[in-house]
Design a protein around this ligand. Structure first.
Ligand code: TPW
Ligand code: MG
Length: 543
């Protein structure tokens, strides 16, 4: 077997289902093996940031590894931002970069795409990945690949594999399939007992779920745990969309002062907050109405559990949840305290009024009520706050690292890995960054429905600094580019036209639809208005 074939087999065995990439001469030999082996489908895109976002989103949506394959230097270094985002938001993204071979490294010349030294690139990636390796020896390659891929899954963070081009066709053995690193049984038992005792003492326990429960494939187990415990469940902001495909009794999404008041009160008044896989970030907790005392919470994330002043190391989330389930009676408890607060606006009037972000959410809810749920890929900007008024459905979004440009490529990742038709919510500023990637839909038969919230503005920035004119963007007429990219574009500025465009998109599923929604500058979603007010209030307290 060739080394590249070993690597591809291992990627598949550890859970990858497709590869996104852009080749270069240092990567051409590997891409040849990808194509000719047919082991995993290869989707080429137009610019490496989109390759990273698409692979990341495929991993988030499907669960399991996402793969981005690129060339050395100019290719790989274009991936730094998406990989940093995947690190921050715990997505198991495997970066495979081509690289110079051993002989050319010895030639004494500076090689094209070389930044500083041959190792510069690997060192840069070492900062934003949880494991890295250079496959420059056939004998150790299988063990190295196994080590790195196991770590990727165990930590649910990106890893970096450098593949020198002269190693691609070297004979190599198969890669062992390593099981995930187990917990210490005694520590796990003590921890689970401790957690249950803490919950039993609490008068108002609440469960908050975060992205790790999807990363580790635990949504169904968590839904069962929630029903056996009989306590209310909320998602974190980053966790929006979690449990949507289960029957877990969700009360809503916690967003402090920016969120629904009842959900905020539920979380902040709890004396037993059980956080499962939640990232302790400012976007999740920075706008709390009354500060949550994390020392009084149970926090299980990053293979650790802390509660009060007790700390348990090396406890995988799945082991903890299974240990808790083992200790609970198998019947669901119908708790009187269960509160179902989720609601979403519906029935947008089909009239000649101009459109607000709230109307967009309402129109999408109407669409899903009629045609069934669509998975959503969302960018950063008011579109993400608008998404909070949309029915709770599967969602991928950069809610913490907050890189613009994520939404469109993420939808391509969802489409590639699931075959489903995603809905994209993206602002005009973010669309300027990666919207062009829609040109890759036709050859792959993807047909996302893309809603561009065109306020001709970096509106989120304007909310913080209204006096700055540089936040004004020009009017680019995005709908007009759709036809040349192989899709259908329509610009809408009334609620009637928005409704008609969405229905048409559902009726014509064979091409992407770009619905450019014109919004007057300064029209914000209700959640962004509350978020901005909250942040301003908090920063004035700090100042
Ligand atoms: C890669 C900083 C955060 S929000 C924003 C910027 C520039 C404006 C977004 O404009 P858009 O949406 O997309 O039109 P809206 O609703 O605000 O009008 N560069 C990157 N990522 C981020 N987050 C920024 C800059 C930013
Ligand atoms: Mg905008």
């Amino acid at each position: 077997m060739l080394l590249a074939e070993s690597l591809l087999n291992a990627l598949h065995a550890y859970g990858a289902r497709e590869i996104f990439g852009i080749p270069g001469d240092f990567a051409l030999p590997f891409f040849k093996v990808i194509e000719e082996s047919g082991r995993l489908p290869l989707y080429t895109l137009s610019h490496e940031p989109a390759v990273g976002f698409a692979a990341d989103a495929a991993a988030r949506y499907r669960g399991g590894l996402g793969v981005a394959a690129v060339t050395y230097g100019a290719g790989a270094l274009n991936l730094v931002n998406p990989v940093a985002g995947a690190y921050a938001e715990k997505s198991p993204l495997v970066v495979i970069s081509g690289a110079p071979g051993a002989q050319e490294r010895r030639a004494g010349l500076g090689l094209h795409h070389q930044a500083k030294t041959f190792d510069s690139q690997r060192l840069i990636f070492s900062e934003i990945t949880c494991a890295h390796t250079c496959l420059n020896q056939a004998a150790s390659a299988p063990a190295e690949i196994a080590r790195v891929l196991r770590q990727c899954l165990d930590e649910s963070r990106p890893v970096y594999i450098e593949l020198p081009r002269d190693m691609v066709r070297v004979p190599c053995g198969p890669v062992p399939l390593l099981p995930s690193r187990p917990a210490d049984e005694d520590a796990l038992a003590a921890c689970a007992d401790d957690v249950l005792a803490h919950l039993r003492r609490a008068k108002q326990p609440v469960m908050m779920v975060g992205v790790e429960i999807r990363r580790f494939g635990l949504e169904q187990l968590v839904a069962t745990l929630a029903s056996r415990l009989g306590i209310p469940v909320v998602t974190s902001f980053m966790g929006r969309g979690l449990l949507a495909e289960t029957d877990a009794p969700l009360s809503g999404t916690y967003l402090g002062v920016a969120g629904i008041a009842d959900v905020t009160a539920l979380v902040e008044k709890s004396d037993g907050l059980l956080m499962l896989g939640v990232i302790l970030s400012d976007t999740n907790f920075g706008v709390s109405a009354s500060r949550i005392d994390f020392r009084r919470c149970i926090n299980a994330a990053d293979r650790q559990v802390s509660l009060g002043f007790h700390h348990y190391a090396d406890i995988p989330l799945e082991s903890l949840i299974r240990a808790l389930l083992d200790r609970l009676p198998s019947t669901a408890i119908q708790a009187a305290s269960r509160t179902q607060i989720m609601h979403y606006p519906t029935q947008m009037p089909h009239d000649q009024q101009s459109i607000t972000p709230h109307d967009i959410a309402t129109a999408i809810n109407d669409l899903m009520d009629h045609h069934g749920d669509l998975p959503i890929a969302c960018d950063i900007g008011d579109c993400l706050f608008t998404a909070l008024d949309i029915k709770h459905t599967a969602l991928v979004a950069p809610g913490y690292y907050a890189s613009m440009g994520f939404g469109v490529p993420a939808a391509l990742g969802i489409a590639a890995t699931s075959g489903k038709r995603p809905l994209v919510l993206v602002g005009d500023g973010a669309f300027q960054m990666t919207g062009w990637e829609l040109g890759n839909c036709r050859k792959a038969s993807w047909a996302p429905i893309v809603i561009v919230l065109n306020n001709q503005s970096w509106e989120m920035l304007r909310t913080f600094q209204p006096e700055s004119h540089f936040n004004d963007l020009d009017d680019w007429h995005f709908a007009d580019i759709a036809a040349s990219l192989g899709g259908i574009g329509i610009r809408v500025d009334t609620r009637q036209a928005l409704h008609t465009a969405l229905e048409r998109a559902m009726a014509e599923p064979h091409a992407f639809h770009l619905i450019e929604v014109m919004l007057p500058r300064g029209t914000l979603s209700p959640t962004l208005s509350r978020f901005v007010a909250g942040v301003k209030r908090l920063s004035s307290v700090v100042a």
